[in-house]
Every structure is written in structure tokens, then in C-alpha cells.
Design a protein around this ligand. Structure first.
Ligand code: GLU
Length: 290
């Protein structure tokens, strides 16, 4: 049974870019006769203003996207993430790290990717561990490269050692890292298909590595093209993407469908028919082979 999800981080209301990811995941679930879930990814509590989750759920409902099960909140699922971390530690696939950001930066010099430092493995157990210092964070031990097939992007490959390094599972401030939470939740919720924005594509190999280490099934992946702001940058809350104007929901879904590269549903259609037209177009492109 197909099970898909939309997993917004409630750092702000939905904007045109996040609506595209929501619509794509919904269209794919409907196209496959599956279920569509919503998971509120509020692990990074300090960045999530109270009430934003309810705003997002209200926006989705107004836009005709209603989940088939009650939503879940990552902030309530810490025990599951801790159990997964404990298993990884017991298996020697995660380890405590005492390094500060400044120490990592000093060891690495300017080498960084997406502003993230590639950890040089200083606290790996075989290199002496934390040398008696208390662990600040917990890291996953990466090895080798990951090849995977994306339904939109095709064959993908990433060298985890060279491009990512041992990444954080639980942060020094005690917060869970997105990578671990998303993998545990997708498996625990029986998600078969992940449909999300292309900005997350290069996280996928980390998630596949975690799935393998935890013995979890790997979902299929489809990464949708990014929606760019007028200045050519990724549309995001940071560069001021406006919350969606809900005065005309069919118009918003028509625009989202066009941003997915689908033929625009006719302008006179109501919300349900707009979504049905978008779904027919999606099915023609991504539907099960007939
Ligand atoms: N919470 C993530 C975000 O809003 C998306 C996670 C996912 O779809 O895997 O960027």
C-alpha cells in the first residue's frame, strides 16, 4: 500500500515553494491510490514559533489537502529517536563527539559545504574517542558512497566520506537532527514514497545510510524542481517568501501545478476540479505504468 507524506518544518506559514512540495506529495499519493500523511517536523523547537503548525494545517485544509490520518509532531517522538540512537551506538555506528565548532573549523580550515563543516573524525573511537571529555553531540559514522535512483532526477551518487563526513544525530544542545528523525519517522509510519523539494535531494544519501544501519526499508524518492524567487534564489522564508493568499484557493493550486511543470488546470474550475485536473496530468507523467 502506497503511503506518502508532507513533512513541513513549522518555522513559518506555507509559502508558494512549500505548497509545491505539499501538492506534489498529495498528487502522487492520490495517483497511486495511496494514503497521504502530514508530519510536523518541529524538532528544532527554538526555530518554530508557537501556533505555526496550526496555521499550516489550516492552510492545507483551505487548499483542499487533508491528510488521511491525524498529523504527527516530531517534538512528541523523542523516545523513538533515542531508541534508534541507542541501537546505532550499540552497533558501533554512532559515537559521542566532544569537539566544539571552533575546534572542527580549526582542524578543517576553510573546507566546508553548504556552510556545514565536514567533520574530520577526531572523536572516532579508534582515534581515541573523546579523550575523557564529555560528549557534546552524537555522530553517525559514514563509510563509502551511496548510489540511488530518484524518480525525477534519475541515477544519483554521493561520496559520504568526502562530501559529508560523520554527521550529527543528536546536537550539542540536545536537539535531534533532522536526518535521524526523518528516517525513524518515515519507517515507523510505513512511508513507501518520499516526494519533496529538490533542495533536500542531497540529504537523501545520509538518510539511506541511516536506513541501512538501522535495518529499515528504503522508500522510493521523487524530488520536485525548486521554485525560484524572482531574483533566481531559492524561494524560502528567509528571502521573504510571502505566506499564501487564501482568497482564491483554486488559483493557488493552479499556480502550484504550473510550477511542477504540469499543464495549468482551466481557470474557471473550482478547487476539487482543479486538483482533479492536476492529478490527471501528474498521473500521465508519474503514474504506475499501464
Ligand atoms: N521538514 C523538511 C523541510 O521542511 C522536509 C523533510 C522531508 O520532506 O523529508 O524542509
Amino acid at each position: 500500500m502506497y503511503r506518502g507524506r508532507f513533512a513541513p518544518s513549522p518555522t513559518g506559514p506555507l509559502h508558494a515553494g512549500s505548497l509545491v512540495a505539499a501538492l506534489a506529495s498529495w498528487l502522487d499519493a492520490r495517483t497511486h491510490g495511496g494514503q497521504w500523511l502530514v508530519r510536523i517536523e518541529d524538532v528544532d523547537g527554538p526555530r518554530c514559533p508557537p501556533g505555526t503548525d496550526a496555521v499550516i494545517l489550516g492552510q492545507l485544509a483551505a487548499l483542499g489537502l487533508v491528510p488521511d490520518e491525524p498529523p504527527t509532531w516530531q517534538s512528541r517522538r523523542g523516545e523513538l529517536y533515542q531508541a534508534a540512537l541507542d541501537r546505532l551506538i550499540a552497533a558501533g555506528q554512532a559515537y559521542g563527539c566532544a569537539c566544539t565548532r571552533a575546534e572542527i573549523a580549526a582542524a578543517m580550515g576553510p573546507r566546508a559545504k553548504h556552510g556545514e563543516l565536514i567533520y574530520p573524525g577526531t572523536c572516532r573511537p579508534e582515534r581515541g574517542g573523546t579523550r575523557g571529555r564529555p560528549a557534546r553531540a552524537w555522530r553517525f559514522r559514514v563509510a563509502g558512497h551511496i548510489d540511488w535512483q530518484d524518480r525525477q532526477l534519475g541515477a544519483q551518487s554521493q561520496d559520504l566520506d568526502a562530501e559529508v563526513g560523520d554527521f550529527v544525530l543528536k546536537r550539542a544542545d540536545g536537539l535531534w537532527a533532522y536526518q535521524l528523525a526523518v528516517v525513524v519517522d518515515d519507517a515507523e509510519q510505513g512511508i513507501t514514497d518520499v516526494v519533496r523539494g529538490e533542495d533536500l535531494a542531497d540529504n537523501t544519501p545520509r538518510q539511506i545510510a541511516l536506513q541501512r544501519a538501522l535495518g529499515l526499508p528504503m522508500p522510493r524518492y521523487l524530488h520536485t524542481p525548486l521554485v525560484l524567487a524572482a531574483d533566481g534564489h531559492k524561494l524560502s522564508k528567509q528571502n521573504g517568501a510571502a505566506a499564501i493568499d487564501l482568497a482564491d484557493p483554486p488559483a493557488r493550486q493552479r499556480e502550484a501545478a504550473e510550477r511542477l511543470g504540469l499543464p495549468a488546470p482551466a481557470a474557471h474550475l473550482g478547487l476539487a476540479d482543479t486538483l482533479a485536473a492536476a492529478q490527471q496530468a501528474w498521473a500521465a507523467r508519474y503514474g504506475p505504468a499501464r
